[in-house]
Design a binder for this molecule. Structure first.
Ligand code: ZN
Ligand code: ZN
Length: 296
């Protein structure tokens, strides 16, 4: 991956017109809004129970993001970080502390099914747990049991989003490089977002960063000839951008139409659109952890 990551002090600022190629969010704010959006979407959904479960997990991530902000800031100042981030041994103590807090809190509010998942997580030996964390951070979720993955992912997601927030890097796209994966953590996008400015950003599933990509080209193979938008109606704020060249798609969220959309929550709540696209032999090229138990 060809990536240019620049220190804040050395980058030539591109913000004179208000445009920036990289947007780093605040994890606690993002997780709180996402939990609220999941609860709202559950009200009219055939998959209400699952959206509420996802909301419970994300609500705990909001608390983790507050409680671990300082430990992660300390971690960032004490460790030499390389970009894009790649999980190493030094991450495990914080990830394990996050997992302990997440499972203790979730056990008090979640259903019996999730309590069983928590029990089986606590039975894992540390070698297996580390193997699972590493596989998820390296975009290999198929190596992890799906029901365990959603809780382990919650820790990785919270940790990497705090890490990129505290380091506050800026990023300059290389000319002619089409960035499908996150320039900061190497994670896959969840979805595209069309901002009020009309610019398209990809939203990282792992660290919640958003990076700019031109519109009307496939985010995976960069083809611009066979791109279509598909949805139930032309008015839908969540559509799918399909590519007839590589037969894949990514959801595209029009924030200009509906500003409170959340990439993870609204991607999950539009599962019916995925089912229709899958019948036409189009596959997802983005990643949403909450889809794992639905597709494995
Ligand atoms: Zn990322
Ligand atoms: Zn394509």
């Amino acid at each position: 991956m060809s990536v240019k990551i620049l220190d804040k002090n050395t980058i030539i600022k591109q913000k004179s017109d208000g445009f920036t190629p990289l947007i780093i969010g605040d994890p606690a704010t993002i997780f709180s809004a996402r939990a609220e959006r999941l609860r709202a979407l559950a009200k009219d959904s055939f998959m209400a129970d699952y959206l509420l479960l996802a909301g419970q997990i994300v609500q705990q991530q909001a608390l983790l993001a507050e409680d671990f902000a300082q430990p992660v800031a300390n971690f960032a100042s004490e460790n030499a970080l390389t970009w894009p981030l790649s999980l190493d041994q030094a991450w495990f103590p914080i990830l394990e502390a996050m997992l302990a807090q997440l499972t203790t809190s979730l056990r008090l509010v979640a259903s019996d099914d999730i309590v069983k998942v928590i029990d089986s997580l606590q039975d894992l030996d540390s070698e297996t747990l580390h193997h699972y964390f590493t596989a998820l951070q390296h975009n290999q979720p198929e190596r992890v049991p799906a029901e365990l993955a959603i809780l382990l992912w919650a820790c990785i997601n919270t940790f990497t989003s705090l890490l990129v927030k505290t380091t506050a890097l800026e990023w300059q796209p290389e000319p002619n490089v089409k960035q499908h994966f996150c320039p900061l953590c190497g994670g896959a996008p969840v979805a595209s977002l069309i901002k009020g400015s009309g610019h398209r950003y990809l939203h990282c599933s792992q660290c919640e960063t958003e990076w700019h990509r031109l519109r009307a080209e496939c985010t995976q193979c960069a083809d611009g000839e066979n791109i279509h938008l598909q949805s139930e109606t032309l008015e839908d704020a969540v559509r799918a951008e399909t590519c007839g060249h590589c037969n894949s798609y990514l959801k595209i969220l029009f924030l200009e139409k509906q500003p409170n959309l959340d990439p993870i929550a609204d991607d999950l709540a539009t599962l019916v659109l995925d089912q229709k696209l899958n019948q036409n032999e189009l596959y997802r090229n983005g990643f949403n952890p909450f889809f794992l138990p639905l597709i494995q």
